[in-house]
Design a protein around this ligand. Structure first.
Ligand SMILES: *Cc1c(COP(=O)(O)O)cnc(C)c1O
Length: 385
């Protein structure tokens, strides 16, 4: 089954471009809200880095989600899209002074802090401003996720977070800092996680850490478990909305929250991946010695995931009903890794046909580059066409 697209309208637009199906985006946001409302104290932030297209951000902000930022630029983007500052959390191993100052000046909800060195800078910058920075410690839980090794973040070998054994020491240091308020613990174990067991492992780790803190009579008001819920890249139509029920139920069942604790989530991919497609036009069909190539006008500069992580995207010829044939679908960039898919079954493809790369709403447009002096792809939402 192919996706349904407004093809007549597509014919009037220069390719390549991103198309966001806002009906599906709204359905996804409603599904999140419906599941979250079943659990007291659950709060969801959208991870801006997955897709910061202003029109997409605006719809997500209107739905009431908070924002999870990893840079000052993302804080600015989320504020202009209408996310309230008191729903913004800010993580990142390398926060520059201007970024910390921006967060302080805008009174964001929380800095997710990843080292003592960073804590010291926040204390200093907050004291200059005579402010108190709300801080959660990002703990590296040393939990592996069953996902691509480039997108695990919660292993001891990763650069992220504070090691569990250092946690108590960091808390002691923090208690001497008058301009820092310790309000929570933060975790994020990786991305494109489909095995709920990985999240159960994280819950068990957090339960242990909380017990350790309770022995020191410390109860923080906020626990933030990050994001990482994966999507079904193989079946973008059949599983258009991720299984949010299992995801939130897993945390409800396995994480022991203390009375009054708020549980924060930071979902990126699961919110936006399925509503987006990269639409590209076939330039040439080239017969190789052993293969035939469909050469399209989008490349790894528009969607880098296949080249970067060998990621799979379902590829469809959305303007042909011809008999199925097999193609390597490749872009025009001067890199051998500029391949969207090898041995892809497509309806018979000719010059001019439109090709959709499905499930590209997350880590697609936002990762585009101008390598080869190319134009950045434009993103359109349903209402634009
Ligand atoms: C990337 C990131 C997320 C979102 O990850 P997804 O896999 O897109 O849900 C959440 N929190 C932090 C700290 C991140 O770096």
């Amino acid at each position: 089954m192919k996706g349904k697209f407004p093809i007549d309208k597509f014919q009037e637009i220069d390719t390549p471009f991103y198309y966001y199906d806002t009906q599906l985006l709204r359905q996804t946001l409603n599904a999140i809200k419906a599941e979250v409302s079943k659990h007291e104290g659950f709060v969801v932030h959208y991870a801006i880095k997955a897709n910061a297209n202003p029109k997409v951000l605006n719809i997500i902000a209107q739905s009431g989600l908070g924002a999870d930022c990893v840079s000052g630029g993302e804080i600015k983007a989320s504020l202009s899209a209408g996310f309230p500052a008191d729903k913004i959390v800010y993580a990142g191993v390398g926060k520059a002074d201007w970024e910390i100052n921006l967060g302080l000046d805008k009174n964001i909800f929380c800095f997710n802090v990843e080292s003592i060195a960073e804590l010291e800078v926040i204390e200093e910058l907050a004291s200059i401003r005579n402010k108190k920075a709300r801080v959660a410690l990002r703990i590296n839980p040393d939990v592996g996720a069953h996902t691509h090794s480039n997108i695990t973040t919660g292993l001891a070998e990763n650069k992220f977070g504070i090691a569990m054994r250092d946690m108590e020491n960091v808390i002691d240091v923090m208690s001497t800092m008058p301009h820092v308020e310790f309000i929570g613990l933060h975790f994020h174990i990786g991305s494109q996680i489909l095995d709920m067991g990985d999240f159960v492992s994280l819950c068990n780790r957090i339960n242990d850490l909380q017990k350790q803190l309770i022995r020191k009579r410390i109860v923080v008001p906020n626990i933030n478990v990050g994001g990482g819920l994966g999507i079904d890249y193989t079946h973008p139509n059949r599983v258009a909305i991720p299984d949010f029920k299992s995801y939130f139920d897993t945390y409800a069942r396995h994480l022991n929250l203390s009375h009054g604790q708020t549980l924060h989530f930071e979902l990126g991919r699961a919110v936006v991946a399925q509503c987006g497609s990269l639409i590209t036009r076939t330039l040439y069909v080239k017969q190789g010695t052993a293969k035939q190539f469909a050469i399209v006008d989008a490349g790894m500069t528009d969607l880098i995931r296949p080249a970067l992580y060998q990621a799979y995207h379902k590829i469809e010829n959305i303007t042909s009903d011809g008999p199925i044939a097999t193609y390597d679908v490749v872009g025009p960039i001067c890199e051998s890794s500029d391949v969207f898919g090898k041995s892809v079954d497509l309806n018979e493809t000719r010059r001019g046909d439109l090709i959709a790369l499905r499930s590209s709403g997350a880590y697609g447009e936002i990762m585009a580059s101008q390598y080869n002096c190319r134009k950045l792809p434009v993103g359109y939402i349903t209402e634009d066409l």
